[in-house]
Ligand binder design. Structure first.
Ligand SMILES: Cc1cc2nc3c(=O)[nH]c(=O)nc-3n(C[C@H](O)[C@H](O)[C@H](O)COP(=O)(O)O)c2cc1C
Length: 145
């Protein structure tokens, strides 16, 4: 499959997670592109079979968790109708931020595959399994659509 990984990152943690997700997908034999939202290759994205959309956790640590720079995510082109998985990085507590990334994906017209939060000091823990599960689910949805 053609896999696009698009993210927002201020201090590099989500960029690292995005690169790790891209590398895991590539290792599984997929064609992969990884970009920050503002630099996404629209041609690749238009052709992509599946998208990973990621950002950082914004909040006041114990409450108010929301996807960081959600406005930029919402300006992203090209995921209409595409199976899309979410990922976020966080410091100590991410709350329900993954569900809110799901809301963003739905607003963008993507088909929400679910997502996962990754603690910034524990990367790459969990990345490989997350990528396998998301791509399996995407493949299942594509084959029945
Ligand atoms: C304004 C601001 C608010 C944050 N709020 C939270 C929070 O509520 N919970 C949390 O676990 N981390 C919080 N963080 C930490 C970031 O989500 C975390 O460091 C993340 O990995 C940053 O990703 P980046 O390096 O891609 O920018 C916050 C960071 C910033 C700058």
């Amino acid at each position: 499959m053609k896999v696009a990984v698009v993210y927002e990152s201020r201090t590099g943690n989500t960029a690292t997670a995005a690169e790790l997700i891209g590398a895991a997908a590539q290792e599984l034999g997929h064609e992969v592109g990884v970009w920050p939202t503002g630099k996404a290759n629209v041609e690749f994205l238009t052709d992509a079979d599946v998208v990973f959309l990621g950002t950082w956790t914004d909040g006041i640590i114990v409450a108010g968790h929301r996807p960081g720079d959600a406005g930029r995510l919402l300006e992203m082109p090209g995921i209409w109708g595409k199976p899309t998985a979410g990922f976020v990085t966080y410091a100590v507590h991410a709350g329900k931020v993954v569900d809110k990334v799901g809301d963003v994906v739905t607003l963008l017209g993507g088909e929400w595959l679910g997502g996962r939060a990754f603690r910034r000091d524990k990367l790459p823990e969990g990345i490989a399994g997350f990528v396998v599960a998301a791509l399996d689910e995407a493949e299942a949805r594509i084959s029945t659509s």
